[in-house]
Design a protein around this ligand. Structure first.
Ligand code: ADE
Length: 225
């Protein structure tokens, strides 16, 4: 998979993309991530990428031209499955969307700033708008990093235990059951006996039961779906 991230702050991704699963996926060549900075495509003297909002009002708006030039340059080089704009008023991100996006070849992620981007970009270039939650971030970069993480861990060969992404919370609309590790007892707090029994069938049944209980208690909406 190839991800092209359009951002005026590419170094914001240095840390989240340098550890653990994303790092390994890059090293194995399972994902290629590139950055393209609208500032490098600004045509005006000051290389500005934002301007006042027509009609007035507080806050700057990201200009159409630098972003359009980034997208058009990328589109000349390859075909994209989706051009995604991260924004608070997009469709809410969920596991199903991560699953679907993990099957794509080429994606563009566009990170907005200030009061947003010129609406004409959204209308004419963007194919999908995604929000990572009902709250407003200062820009799309953190959202793009979250989206990338949720997708990359699903790519075949990224996780060492191939089945572990399938047992994540939200796969099958269930939250994950509780997990424990050594020691068996800590200050009188014991690990549930069944997990120590070695009885695979009973352990699976217990885990499913706990997953259902936890989902009913914390996210009943998932079960209704
Ligand atoms: N940009 C600002 N807030 C956002 C959010 N909640 N999700 C995605 N992109 C955003």
């Amino acid at each position: 998979m190839r991800l092209d991230i359009i951002t005026i702050f590419p170094t914001m991704f240095d840390s989240p993309f340098s550890y653990s699963i994303i790092k390994r996926a890059k090293e194995k060549g399972l994902i290629e991530i590139n950055f393209i900075n609208p500032r490098d495509y600004a045509t005006n003297k000051h290389k500005s990428v934002d301007d006042y909002s027509y009609g007035g009002g507080a806050g700057m708006v990201m200009m159409i031209e630098p972003i359009a030039r980034c997208i058009e340059k990328l589109q000349k080089e390859r075909t994209y499955d989706e051009i995604i704009y991260l924004c608070p008023d997009g469709r809410l991100m969920d596991q199903q969307t991560a699953n679907l996006l993990s099957m794509k070849m080429n994606l563009i992620l566009l990170c907005g700033h200030y009061k947003g981007i010129d609406e004409r970009i959204r209308e004419h270039y963007i194919t999908t708008e995604i929000s990572i939650g009902n709250y407003v971030l200062s820009g799309g970069e953190l959202a793009a990093a979250v989206l990338t993480d949720s997708i990359v861990r699903l790519l075949p060969g990224v996780l060492s235990d191939e089945t572990s992404a399938l047992s994540d919370s939200f796969q099958n609309n269930l939250l994950s059951p509780p997990v424990y590790t050594r020691p068996r007892e800590f200050k009188g707090l014991k690990v549930p006996e069944v997990l120590l029994s070695g009885n695979e069938k009973e352990i699976q049944e217990w885990r499913l039961q706990k997953a259902i209980e936890r989902t009913k208690e914390r996210r009943p909406g998932l079960i209704d779906n």
